[in-house]
Design a binder for this molecule. Structure first.
Ligand SMILES: [Zn+2]
Length: 273
């Protein structure tokens, strides 16, 4: 499924695999002045290529290698005849994409490989200039794109929700927090998120998420100091594990978030996979 949403200079492209007419999970890509940011999952690659062929696209940029962002890239690289660029670490993953876990293949499809070009520190269109901001934590290769004059911040998968309660073991909440703080300090006006869509009052939204996780860390520390286990602290603060934990066989879980927030923020950090 591909749906286009027009927001003036910004086109939001909604992509999802459907099952019996129902959307399983969606992701957004953005087209701004000829620049396509992210390409959707492998499952919608053909729809994306057909849609892109009818648009004026001058360049494609990926925020990180995850399959719901890079899955359309191999076909677009072959069919569009424009540069497809990504952070250097993303280029390395796409050169030989590893097999992903079964639940992710089901939701998005297995990505193929592609030869991409390394992204510089800045990417420009005729009217806009996006600064590339390294923002690890969700994925080691993750970058955000910031258009300073407009205050637009393309935040990839870093924001997602102001009260995110799930974390994967390969992700690091403290590295994500540092990246969120780096983005907040840019004072963005509008967030262009891959899952939440357009979020107005972007700086406040980032502050709310930072405050939520920092508050959660503080309460988790108090409960753990009083003898609570990771599982009991997670249940007390966030409730029982939900469908996400079940479907992903525990890869996404509330316990992962609490376990990470109970670690020493100054200790050795993961950068995401
Ligand atoms: Zn991701």
């Amino acid at each position: 499924m591909l749906r286009e949403h027009d927001h003036g200079a910004i086109v939001r492209v909604e992509l999802a695999r459907t099952f019996l007419g129902h959307v399983i999970y969606h992701v957004y890509c953005y087209l701004i002045d000829g620049l396509l940011i992210d390409t959707g999952p492998p499952a919608t690659a053909a729809a994306m290529a057909r849609w892109a062929a009818a648009r004026r696209i001058r360049r494609v940029v990926l925020t990180h290698h995850h399959e719901d962002h890079s899955g359309g890239a191999p076909l677009l690289a072959r069919s569009l005849g424009v540069p497809v660029e990504a952070p250097a670490a993303t280029v390395r993953v796409l050169a030989n994409f590893p097999r992903i876990p079964a639940y992710r293949r089901l939701v998005w499809g297995q990505p193929g490989s592609a030869e991409l070009k390394p992204l510089g520190d800045v990417t420009e269109t005729e009217r806009y200039r996006f600064r590339v901001v390294p923002t690890p934590g969700h994925a080691a290769d993750h970058v955000a794109l910031f258009e300073e004059r407009e205050g637009w911040l393309v935040s990839g998968d870093l924001y997602i929700s102001p009260r995110a309660v799930y974390l994967r073991p390969v992700e690091d909440a403290w590295t994500i927090l540092a990246s969120l703080e780096r983005l907040r300090d840019l004072h963005p006006k509008l967030l262009l998120c891959s899952h939440a869509g357009l979020v107005a009052d972007a700086t406040r939204a980032l502050e709310r998420k930072i405050a939520y996780w920092r508050g959660l860390a503080e309460r988790a520390r108090q409960l753990a100091a009083a003898g609570g286990s990771v599982a009991s602290v997670a249940r007390r603060l966030l409730g029982r594990e939900g469908a996400m934990a079940l479907i992903s066989l525990g890869d996404f879980s509330k316990r992962n978030l609490i376990r990470c927030l109970l670690e020493d923020p100054g200790g050795p950090r993961r950068l995401g996979d």
